[in-house]
Write a protein that binds this ligand. Structure first.
Ligand SMILES: C[S@@+](CC[C@H](N)C(=O)[O-])C[C@H]1O[C@@H](n2cnc3c(N)ncnc32)[C@H](O)[C@@H]1O
Length: 221
């Protein structure tokens, strides 16, 4: 009897299981592990160009490390929709605010591909969310929840030029620890780029990290 290659759906669910396992195990120590990368978060949020009172999608929000700096920009009338599939990461996100600011958060615990929430947002942040950026269904669901003209910022690991191999060793180590597949690390934004206008990629950390920006025109260009 011959063996059959796994179907795309089975491969997808295996990848999703692996991603869930990675973050279930990391949730308690995630915030301290991310400390060296926090300047990147501040820069990414700055690039969102948020105005007071706006709504922003924090896609794959993890433990909610972006919530504080986002609310600093959004003010007391702004809102964040945080979408996250890992219950343990989301549990940490829920603990982040017990004060009035908790009312400015809507937390959706679901895969981004299937998540549902009401309203259109003014901006979307994908901060270190490689698996989500590689998922066309997830991107389409997020973009369907953005108002025309919404700003989008995505950051994450990428392969640097081959001769900067120490940087690529760092990228490899970090990716094995945090993404479910190394596929797409040469151009992690390649599914996002054709969906946005004015798309730009800003490499940083000697090319091992990218920061990409663009604007959602209201329908796929
Ligand atoms: C590296 S963490 C980044 C968390 C957060 N954005 C931050 O800046 O700290 C990636 C997060 O994406 C979540 N994630 C991965 N694939 C997802 C999917 N398909 N739907 C929802 N969340 C997903 C993981 O559970 C994890 O919390």
């Amino acid at each position: 009897m011959g063996t059959h290659p796994p179907s795309a759906a089975r491969r997808l669910s295996a990848a999703r299981r692996q991603a869930l396992q990675q973050y279930r195990a990391r949730a308690d120590r995630y915030d301290s592990e991310l400390e060296p990368f926090e300047p990147l978060r501040r820069e990414a949020i700055q690039r969102l160009d948020l105005r007071p009172g706006e709504t922003v999608l924090d896609v794959g929000c993890g433990t909610g490390l972006s919530f504080g700096p986002l609310l600093d920009q959004l003010g007391p009338r702004g809102h964040i929709v945080g979408i996250e599939q890992c219950p343990e990461m989301m549990a940490q996100a829920r603990l982040r605010f017990s004060d009035l600011r908790a009312q400015q958060l809507r937390l959706v615990q679901a895969p981004v591909e299937e998540a549902q929430w009401p309203g259109l947002a003014h901006a979307a942040l994908f901060h270190f969310t490689h698996d989500i950026l590689r998922s066309p269904r997830a991107l389409d669901n997020v973009l369907a929840h953005l108002a025309p003209g919404a700003r989008v910022v995505a950051t994450g690991l990428q392969w640097a030029a081959p001769w900067v191999w120490p940087v690529n060793l760092f990228v490899l180590g970090a990716a094995l620890y945090s993404v479910s597949s190394l596929d797409g690390l040469a151009q992690p934004w390649s599914e996002l780029a054709p969906r946005l206008e004015g798309f730009e990629v800003h490499p940083t950390w000697m090319g091992g990290i990218f920061m990409a920006t663009g604007v959602w025109p209201g329908r796929a260009p």
